[in-house]
Design a protein around this ligand. Structure first.
Ligand code: UD1
Length: 367
């Protein structure tokens, strides 16, 4: 029997942990020829290579080498190069995950070439079209053939946008599949010892949204949040290249780096970061995925955003949103959580480590 050929697209850091379990599940069926296309939006060792190694992902079959640049530049170049790949490979399906530039760019190319598209992590909506990711989500969902969703809000959002029910599948969360698979391995990491912090005795931070880090006021607010946090616990800040670049641009990097009690570290590997999340007293972030990972790990999370596309993490999980993006509010909330006001939370339905297998079964039946 001829195998189904699927091109799996990855572009940026949050894609790698989503594609890893899918590729594994596809290969395991013995009926899918699963190929990996890396657009190269994230390209360096710390933002990309280490994830391939740690997640046991094979080297990409194609590397498009796009790199950084404006969103138009990134998307246009991805589209031109991905078109060549699709022509050469003639796949049965293109699979995209999440909401990064590669997700939208490659789904457009595939649809225009008459190839079916599956979008994994479909239906999430923050309602904020100023976020580049929101626009990527809307475009991708509007043109995909198969929409795999992680939480109930996805069903509601897609129905509102007129997507027929038969295209939508509630399968759970492939990012949690990776976490489930690698949590034990991550526990062996020595990152806490290396950083000189003790389990449940530090605050972990990440910040990288353009809305928070592309302007001076946002960076100054972040510095104030770190100062306040460092009054209570050691702070580990795994800083994203976008944030580092902007701090340097506004001459604020040294102000941040000199805060006493702060351990400023660069982007971490998947296993090291998982260990850091699992053992944090509290996480302060503006990430999309960390909201879900902390909900699964039942670690308190404060999200420095006023909306979330992942409402289940607030409804059932351990996530708090900051309605008013202000360091004073963060301080009050942080102190309350550290003094016992954290939610225990419950793990959302179908976040059980088997989402990728469900997706493989559905695609084998329908493609
Ligand atoms: C992208 C995604 C975002 C995701 C984030 C996670 C979009 C629209 N945004 O945002 O959804 O949450 O990744 O990391 O796709 N850089 C490096 N090394 C790298 C990669 C990037 O130094 O390996 C630098 C770039 O040159 C650029 C900055 O980091 O200056 C930002 O990279 P970019 O890909 O534009 O967007 P992210 O902010 O990472």
């Amino acid at each position: 029997m001829k195998k189904i050929k699927i091109l799996n697209v990855v572009g940026a850091r949050p894609n790698f942990m989503k594609i890893a379990p899918l590729h594994r599940a596809f290969v395991k069926t013995g009926k899918i020829d699963s190929k990996i296309i890396h657009t190269g939006q994230h390209y360096d060792e710390k933002m990309s290579d280490i994830f391939f190694n740690q997640l046991a992902l094979p080297k990409p079959d194609y590397y498009l080498g796009i790199g950084g640049g404006s969103h138009t530049h990134q998307k246009a170049n991805v589209m031109l190069k991905f078109e060549e790949v699709v022509k050469a490979e003639q796949p049965d399906l293109v699979l995209v995950v999440g909401d990064v530039n590669a997700t939208a760019a490659c789904s457009i190319v595939a649809v225009k070439m008459g190839i079916q598209v599956a979008h994994v992590e479909a239906g999430l909506r923050s309602g904020d079209r100023k976020m580049p990711e929101e626009v990527n989500r809307i475009i991708t969902d509007a043109i995909s053939n198969y929409l795999f969703i992680t939480e109930h809000s996805g069903l509601v959002n897609l129905a509102k946008e007129g997507v027929p029910d038969e295209k939508v599948f509630f399968v759970g969360n492939v990012m949690i599949d990776s976490l489930f698979h690698f949590r034990q391995k991550a526990a062996a990491s020595k990152v806490l010892e290396t950083l000189g912090v003790r389990a449940k005795d530090y605050i972990l931070m990440t910040m990288h949204r353009p809305h928070n880090v592309d302007h001076e006021k946002g960076l100054r607010d972040i510095i104030q949040i770190v100062k306040d946090a460092a009054q209570h616990r050691k702070v580990v800040f795994a800083i994203h290249p976008r944030t580092t670049n902007n701090l340097k641009k506004f001459n604020l990097y040294d102000t941040l780096a000199s805060i006493e009690g702060l351990n400023l570290i660069g982007p971490q590997g998947y296993l090291e970061f998982l260990k850091l999340m699992d053992n944090a007293a509290l996480i302060i972030t503006d990430s999309g995925g960390i909201q879900e990972e902390t909900t699964y790990l039942q670690v308190p999370c404060m999200t420095f955003r006023d909306t979330t596309e992942r409402p289940i993490t607030v409804e059932l999980g351990t996530n708090f949103l900051l309605q008013d993006l202000n360091p004073v509010t963060v301080k009050i909330q942080m102190e309350a959580i550290l003094n016992g006001a954290a939610k225990q939370g419950i793990i959302p339905p179908l976040w059980d480590g088997h989402a990728a297998e469900r997706i493989a079964d559905i695609l084998l039946e329908l493609v």
